[in-house]
Design a protein around this ligand. Structure first.
Ligand code: RFL
Ligand code: PHB
Length: 393
């Protein structure tokens, strides 16, 4: 078995692992990133699209935001549709002038991979972490299956950035971990379509048939979602049925119909909330989806993942360069305070926009919340500030 040593082993090359590796590299801390899948796979995995103001700033300030500044779509407002009417929330006006940027997660991934390969820091693809040893000692080690054979890496710290289904959160003993979980009675069917976006801003829509979301990736490509029942499968949704349902749900009395085009990609995602406490076990630190999941309605998952590693990189720097443990000791609590705010906001958005198929009382409450969100300046301001920059602190 081949053996290596580094300061920080990072499990997973999603947004969290890649940005952590990059921030540590900028501070001169050696790290190795291990990714189970291929480069091709992670660079084409279509997921998030909305980048908060402070997170966009973080990417720019760390030198990986150039293409996002050029190709990202800067939005100052968002639309809510219900009862065939359209209402605009002027996000930037209500949130101190700050905009959001619409830029695909896989583009963020490509930008950080390119930077890392450019300066030659280690990033192993097709390399799966299979286990850990000594997590509560000061010399933990990580076992990896690589295409060249087995590898053991000893290090000072391990960062578990390997998503919900990874190995890191499962390495924390059951009697230490507390897991909070909620599932929702619907999923999202998402498509990417070769169709110019019909509007300049995202549209969140509540219709009696279910939720719909109109988003985009570029002036030629739209990203759309339909709320569906959790047991529905892709083979029940032909292209024609998807477009028909989108136009029914998104129809209003004021604006033209949405544009259609060939569907390039499709997928169904279940909606869940998960929080794992604490986000640390000895020398293992969890970040991103390995520690928490939010339903996508608030557009917070990638933002939270990147906000975690901003905190974690500073804490590791203080420990490894300055010998100061204070930030690392506070890491879990610092992140969890924000994570719970994001869970609250994502729950609020999810519950307000997905009609219940069984509970009409719930539907009455939802509609009242939606009306408040667009008619009350107080409610709209809270929504805008959470949507645009929840991860600033
Ligand atoms: P990731 O991106 O899942 O990356 C984890 C990586 O770890 C690898 N891995 C391993 N590698 C080595 N050894 C092992 N044993 C391993 N086990 C796993 C995996 O292959 C993977 O590459 O987690 P990370 O970095 O924490 O990033 C989190 C985000 O990906 C996620 O929160 C967002 O995509 C959520 N999300 C959204 N977030 C937003 O901020 N804004 C949005 O608009 C938004 N929209 C969305 C979303 C997620 C969606 N889906 C499909 C879940 C829309 C959707 C539809
Ligand atoms: C997206 O563009 O993929 C997107 C936008 C807003 C969300 C979720 C996903 O809330």
């Amino acid at each position: 078995m081949k053996e290596l040593r580094t300061q920080v082993v990072i499990v997973g090359a999603g947004p969290a692992g890649l940005l952590l590796g990059h921030l540590l590299h900028l501070e001169g801390i050696d790290n190795i990133i291990l990714e189970r899948r291929s480069r091709e796979h992670i660079e084409h995995r279509v997921r998030a699209g909305v980048i908060e103001y402070g997170i966009a700033k973080l990417l720019v300030e760390s030198g990986v935001g150039e293409r996002m500044l050029r190709d990202g779509l800067v939005h100052h407002g968002v639309e809510f549709r219900f009862d065939r009417a359209s209402h605009r929330i002027p996000l930037s006006d209500l949130a101190g002038g700050k905009p959001i940027t619409v830029y695909g997660q896989q583009e963020v991934v490509k930008d950080i991979v390119a930077a890392r390969l450019g300066y030659g820091a280690p990033l192993y693809f097709d390399s799966e972490v299979t286990g850990f040893d000594g997590l509560t000692t000061d010399q933990p080690s990580v076992d990896v299956d690589t295409p060249e054979g087995k590898l053991r890496i000893t290090c000072d710290y391990v960062a578990g950035c390997d998503g919900t289904l990874g190995v890191a959160n499962r390495a924390i003993p059951q009697n230490i971990i507390r897991r909070y979980e909620r599932t929702y009675p619907f999923s999202w069917l998402g498509i990417i379509a070769q169709a110019p976006p019909a509007t300049d801003e995202l549209i969140y829509c509540r219709h009696e048939n279910g939720f719909a979301l109109y988003s985009m990736r570029s002036p030629e490509v739209s990203r759309l979602y339909l709320g569906v029942r959790p047991d529905e499968t892709l083979d029940q949704w032909s292209d024609d049925r998807i477009w028909e349902e989108l136009s029914i749900r998104l129809a209003t009395d004021q604006v033209p119909e949405i544009g259609q085009g060939p569907i390039l990609e499709r997928g169904i995602t279940a909606m869940r909330s998960i929080v794992i406490e604490p986000m640390r076990y000895g020398r293992l630190l969890l970040a991103g989806d390995s520690a928490h999941i939010v339903p996508p309605t608030g557009a917070k998952g990638m933002n939270l993942a990147l906000a975690d590693v901003r905190v974690l990189s500073r804490a590791l720097l203080a420990q490894l360069i300055g010998g100061d443990d204070t930030l690392l000791e506070a890491y879990s609590a610092t992140c969890l305070e924000r994570v719970w705010r994001a869970e609250e906001f994502s729950t609020y958005m999810t519950q307000m926009l997905h009609p219940s198929y069984t509970d009409d009382f719930e539907n009455g409450v939802q509609k009242t919340r939606l009306r408040q969100a667009v008619a009350s300046e107080g409610a709209a301001t809270v929504l805008a500030q959470n949507y645009v920059d929840l991860c600033s602190r």
